[in-house]
Design a protein around this ligand. Structure first.
Ligand SMILES: Cc1cc2nc3c(=O)[nH]c(=O)nc-3n(C[C@H](O)[C@H](O)[C@H](O)COP(=O)(O)OP(=O)(O)OC[C@H]3O[C@@H](n4cnc5c(N)ncnc54)[C@H](O)[C@@H]3O)c2cc1C
Length: 405
């Protein structure tokens, strides 16, 4: 078997892995990122680049070039409960360079980041290379065994970072304990066309037991239909016509576009939702970050940004250590100590929305009454800055502290 040696191997070229690889290579650390797919072209991966991530891009001197990539800008978010509309987030006053969410295909973001990372001599990206197992040696993890285009390969490293997402192979192999927080729903992603005069916003719609989130993407609406956990087979069994009717009931102004847009079930992509968290994120020689450490619900659309924040914190903490030598277990534990609080707060919010709004909506078949705080946001627009801050910047935002070398 071919053997490669590196200071740090990162499994997963998603937002967490790619940003961490970029930052460590920028700091002069030899880093190898493994991505199991041949490219980053996967639809509906979550395309929200929040103000906190844009701030990181600014701190890295990348923002100007990054914003030259095609993107839509979203500065407000609202929700329709039955026929009533509530505005609940206004990002235009955030204390960040960008006071908006950039909607950009995640593959453009990852292509951009990997192209920038490749400018550093210490950055190595192995595409089509899937981490299959951990190498254990002398009581610690010493790298991974992966399968690549030319067969199996051993990547030996002083530090292994699992950034391989919510179905992480490495966290399973590590034996680290997962706490399931539960998600009573799945999501069907689909597209509807936009038309002149449509609002350029993120819209949530709840009506008669249905929930649809619509994200304006320029020439199309990216729509997330919330369905009961495991409910897609029953929807398919009921037939396309019923599915279209269901969509038309909730799509509001976009309802007349449904019949032309949805021709078969292949246009609806099922994403199963999980919310969980590791009780301990690290073992000697191994640390998990991003969804591998804490799978996020799509509620609030903040998972990518938490993954990026994990990457920044990891590089801030481990970069200076790796510049001099090997990270100790005590160094790895500092990442969880730094990041667990923001993750807990966001997951608690997501679980509360799931249990108090989504689950009763799906199972009750009714439009829920507007909660008091939504009414307050309509009456006092200044209050919309608070959810904007939570969604846009998150809890305890990270800043790049590790210098370029
Ligand atoms: C339905 C749904 C919608 C969502 N929408 C949004 C949204 O709009 N905005 C948002 O911010 N968040 C959203 N999220 C959450 C978001 O997708 C995740 O929180 C975020 O992508 C986590 O980033 P990550 O880098 O940790 O993992 P991922 O993005 O999952 O990246 C992991 C990478 O590792 C690769 N990989 C996996 N296994 C291996 C392996 N063994 N070896 C090598 N490579 C491997 C994968 O191909 C992938 O590229 C959504 C989640 C769901 C379920």
């Amino acid at each position: 078997m071919e053997t490669i040696s590196t200071s740090c191997v990162i499994a997963g070229g998603g937002p967490a892995g790619m940003m961490c690889g970029f930052l460590l290579a920028r700091a002069g650390v030899d880093v190898t990122v493994l991505e199991k797919h041949a490219d980053f072209l996967r639809d509906f991966r979550g395309d929200t680049v929040h103000p906190s991530t844009l701030q990181v891009m600014h701190e890295l001197g990348l923002l100007e070039r990054f914003l030259k990539l095609p993107h839509a800008r979203i500065a407000h978010a609202g929700i329709d409960l039955g026929d009533e509309h509530f505005e609940f987030a206004d990002l235009t006053h955030l204390p960040t360079v960008c006071k908006f969410i950039a909607m950009m295909p995640q593959w453009d973001f990852l292509d951009f980041l990997s192209a920038e990372a490749k400018k550093f001599p210490h950055f190595h990206l192995m595409m089509q290379t899937e981490a299959k197992d951990l190498i254990a040696q002398g009581g610690k993890i010493a790298g991974v065994v992966a399968t690549g285009p030319n067969g199996n390969v051993q990547i030996r490293a002083g530090l292994t970072i699992a950034a391989d997402g919510r179905h992480s192979t490495l966290r399973e192999k590590s034996g680290l304990k997962v706490m399931e927080l539960g998600a009573p729903f799945d999501v069907l992603w689909l597209r509807l066309p936009t038309a002149p005069g449509d609002p350029v916003d993120v819209l949530g719609k709840i009506r008669d037991g249905q929930m649809l989130v619509m994200i304006h993407r320029g020439d199309y609406w990216q729509c997330a239909l919330v369905i009961a956990k495991g409910g897609f087979d029953a929807i398919k069994a009921a037939g396309l016509s019923k599915f279209r009717t269901r969509l038309k009931e909730i799509a509001g102004f976009a309802a007349p576009r449904v019949d032309d847009a949805i021709k078969d079930f292949d246009q609806a992509k099922l994403l199963t939702v999980a919310v969980d968290r590791l009780s301990s994120w690290a073992r000697p020689g191994l640390v998990c970050i991003g969804d591998a450490a804490h799978a996020m619900s799509p509620v609030g659309g903040v998972g990518i940004n938490l993954a990026i924040q994990d990457a920044v914190a990891t590089a801030n903490i481990l970069g200076p250590v790796l510049q001099k030598g090997v990270a100790r277990f005590s160094d790895l534990k500092k990442i969880q100590a730094r990041r667990e609080f923001p993750v807990r707060v966001v997951q608690a919010f997501q679980v509360a929305v799931q249990n108090r709004i989504l689950a009763p909506t799906i199972s009750g078949g009714k439009t829920p009454a507007a909660p008091w705080f939504l009414k307050l946001f309509n009456r006092y627009p200044l209050l919309r800055r608070l959810p904007a801050r939570f969604i846009g910047m998150g809890v305890r935002p990270e800043h790049v502290r590790i210098d370029r070398k």
